[in-house]
Design a protein around this ligand. Structure first.
Ligand SMILES: Cc1ncc(COP(=O)(O)O)c(C=O)c1O
Length: 395
């Protein structure tokens, strides 16, 4: 088969999440679905809010004329306005529809942003552990992902980032609340990052864009508020989606937002719209734009995810695992009791628990758990984690 060598290599290395999916399917067939505890996938179980179903049936009953036609590549003006108004009230800055491009999920949006910014060989810095698709997304546009390890509690290490910035740095890509750790970058860290970027731009005579990937922005726990990156740096682009906050992962709807004071904003907007078109997305799904226009303030039941976080965290801590307290998203990233996180993943597979090794996120020695699952799955997994720990303690 004449497929690209690069794609062939990428596929062979494969994603751990995919591998676990396949291993899980086998186990479920052999032992039955209810005897396998799958914490490997970030596929939300929460149904979209009631308002989503209402809007969907209204549109089905009374479809506006031309509802399924092409539209401007940036998306419907009234949807972009609704997104801008919501951001203005959330952040306290003046956004307009000209700051928004509707896109096909955060994955689609990140590709549009990277395509718009990168020339071959340009570098994009990210902080590990990180969402593994970043490497592919940056590679899609001939850039190079530079991975900067985080420090204690998975916080960005500003000194390390400073060392990683070079004349080739085009962007810094952050993700908070974070997949896989669930931590939120606090305002002090965001402030330091903004100061660093501006100092390095002046020192090296380059332009660095801060890209903030925020599909979990509205999934925050313990009454925390979100330190919006827009507040700390003008040259910021936010990419987000309603995959997780409205439980619409299969519908591919999200948006890109540009800082209202981004220098040469009009040219950037034109580039984003052009790339949305030429990457073949053309526009974000029409039906979803019409629905999410009215749901900018709605979310799935975040409290239910918080209870799942509490249940899993307590179960792991009581069993003797080391876990950093997750403040948002629906992931946690405990320390692997074996130095070799892949070996521990295989051990848990024997206990019929599916997890993802930290190496799959650029950070060996840990494992990722996704708790957007039924409580019974979490409870079953905890009892298996207890058994595994007891076995290791007695070994
Ligand atoms: C950190 C992060 N970014 C981006 C995405 C892509 O999400 P989507 O394209 O569904 O919006 C995900 C999905 O899991 C993610 O975890």
């Amino acid at each position: 088969m004449q497929i690209s060598k690069q794609v062939n290599t990428d596929m062979t290395q494969g994603s751990w999440i995919r591998k676990m999916f396949e291993a899980g399917a086998k186990l479920k067939q052999e032992f039955g679905e209810s005897n396998v505890f799958d914490l490997s996938l970030g596929n939300p179980i929460m149904e979209p809010p009631e308002a989503f179903q209402q809007k969907l049936s209204e549109l089905a009953k009374n479809p506006p004329p031309g509802m399924h036609r092409y539209m401007p590549n940036a998306g419907y003006k009234d949807t972009r306005e609704a997104v801008a108004n919501n951001l203005s009230s959330e952040i306290g800055m003046d956004f307009t529809s000209e700051d928004i491009v509707m896109c096909c999920g955060a994955g689609g949006g990140l590709n549009v942003v990277l395509k718009s910014l990168l020339d071959p060989g340009d570098e994009v810095i990210t902080i590990s552990p990180y969402f593994v698709e970043y490497g592919y997304y940056v590679g899609n546009h001939q850039g190079l992902l530079v991975v900067c390890p985080s420090k204690h509690n998975f916080m960005p290490d500003i000194d390390q980032i400073a060392e990683s910035i070079s004349a080739k740095t085009k962007a810094i890509l952050i993700n908070s609340p974070n997949n896989p750790t669930g931590v939120i970058y606090p305002s002090e860290t965001m402030h330091q990052l903004g100061v660093l970027i501006r100092a390095k731009e002046a020192e090296l005579g380059i332009s660095i864009t801060l890209i903030s990937d925020e599909p979990y922005r509205k999934i925050l726990y313990d009454d925390l508020t979100y330190p919006h990156p827009f507040r700390y740096h003008n040259k910021t682009i936010v990419v987000t989606s309603h995959s997780k906050d409205l439980g619409l992962a299969g519908e591919r709807i999200g948006y890109i937002a540009i800082h209202p004071l981004f220098p040469e904003k009009a040219t950037l907007l034109e580039a984003l719209v052009f790339c949305n078109r030429t990457l073949g997305f053309v526009n974000a799904p029409a039906l979803m734009q019409r629905i999410t226009k009215d749901l900018q303030k709605a979310t799935i039941d975040v409290g239910a995810y918080q209870s799942k976080r509490d249940l899993l965290y307590k179960g792991l801590i009581d069993s003797g695992y080391e876990v950093t307290w997750p403040q948002g998203a629906f992931y946690m990233f405990p320390k692997s009791p074996l130095n070799d996180d892949v070996a521990f993943t295989e051990m848990m597979l024997k206990h019929k628990v599916l997890i993802v090794p930290g190496s799959g996120f650029g950070t060996a020695g840990y494992f990722r758990l996704s708790y957007c699952v039924e409580d019974s799955v979490i409870e079953g997994a905890i009892s298996q984690f207890q058994k595994a720990k007891a076995l290791l303690n007695n070994a």
